[in-house]
Design a binder for this molecule. Structure first.
Ligand code: AMP
Length: 283
């Protein structure tokens, strides 16, 4: 595995590789867990040369968020990436990505970036879209792999790719979970023992909503209320939002479920904020 930290070196490495192979790209912020590794494996399975980026992008963190304490462990990540067969690990510094400081040009995806998490993290999704656009230009991948764990992020990236004609195929990968249903996340290390023990309530609530829908309940309000009830049984869980949304445009559903539906939740456990969701198709 090659570890490179500059765009120039990365371009040179990829030029040698790409003439007869497809490039699969997995953008990450590091602190790898099996969710990340499943994306690497998905890229490998398709026969791509696997390029992963590891960059804790400062612009996507809001004031008072966890940029400073975000878990960083390059040596461990490097070993895990190598073991999973990643071919190139791109680890740029801030000067490489933002040589002139904070950008003046942003990619904004209207209609998607202000909903769900966007309401509580203003500016987050435009920063994600912008850094992913930059990484797409730098790497020029054939395919890019994203986790459904961050469902809103996938929709934002897919829309950006369509609207701006990026020549890349976005591949959705399923959420990797611990045995008790908790979605793997680099942020789970922040949880105290008690908070971690309480965290499965998110998946319990979503699974409850899903089984109601699969058993014929078509009222989004009833499903939303039932998920709220499950969450309220866990005193450590402080929900920020929970609901039933259109799986394409993230509008809150107020009526009958139909087509692509997203059950989604964000909640605080102490100081940590966790998000989770389940996508389903109804009818
Ligand atoms: P992050 O390092 O948290 O920015 O995540 C990098 C990529 O890994 C994103 O596409 C995430 O959606 C994906 N990812 C994070 N957690 C999981 C998970 N539990 N299962 C699948 N993909 C994940």
């Amino acid at each position: 595995m090659e570890v490179v930290s500059t765009k120039a070196k990365l371009k040179a490495v990829l030029e040698d590789i790409r003439w007869d192979k497809s490039v699969g790209f997995v953008p990450t912020m590091g602190a790898f867990h099996d969710g990340h590794l499943s994306l690497f494996r998905a890229a490998q399975k398709r026969g791509d040369v696997v390029v992963a980026s590891l960059y804790v992008n400062p612009t996507q963190f809001g004031l008072g968020e966890d940029y400073g304490r975000y878990p960083r462990n390059l040596e461990r990540d490097r070993t895990l990436a190598e073991e999973q067969g990643v071919d190139v690990l791109f680890v740029p510094g801030d000067k490489e990505i933002y040589p002139k400081g904070t950008p003046h040009t942003w990619v904004r995806v209207d209609g998607l970036e202000d909903k769900l998490c966007g309401k509580y993290r203003p500016g987050h999704f435009r920063a994600v879209a912008t850094v992913v656009a930059k990484l797409f230009h730098i790497i020029a991948p054939d395919r890019a792999y994203f986790g459904e764990k961050d469902y809103q992020q996938i929709l934002v990236i897919e829309r950006m790719v369509r609207d701006l004609d990026f020549p890349v195929k976005v591949v959705r990968c399923p959420t990797a979970r611990d045995a008790d249903g908790v979605a793997m996340s680099s942020r789970n290390v922040y949880l105290s023992g008690k908070e971690r023990a309480a965290a499965p309530v998110l998946h319990r609530a979503l699974s409850h909503g899903k089984s109601l829908a699969q058993n014929g309940e078509t009222s989004s309000t009833k499903i939303g209320k039932s998920m709220e009830r499950v969450l309220s049984e866990e005193p450590m869980c402080k929900p920020q939002y929970v609901g039933v949304y259109d799986g394409d445009n993230l509008d809150e559903l107020n009526g009958k479920l139909r087509g692509k539906v997203l059950l989604a939740v964000a909640a605080h456990f102490g100081k940590s904020r966790l998000v989770d969701s389940i996508a389903l198709r109804v009818g």
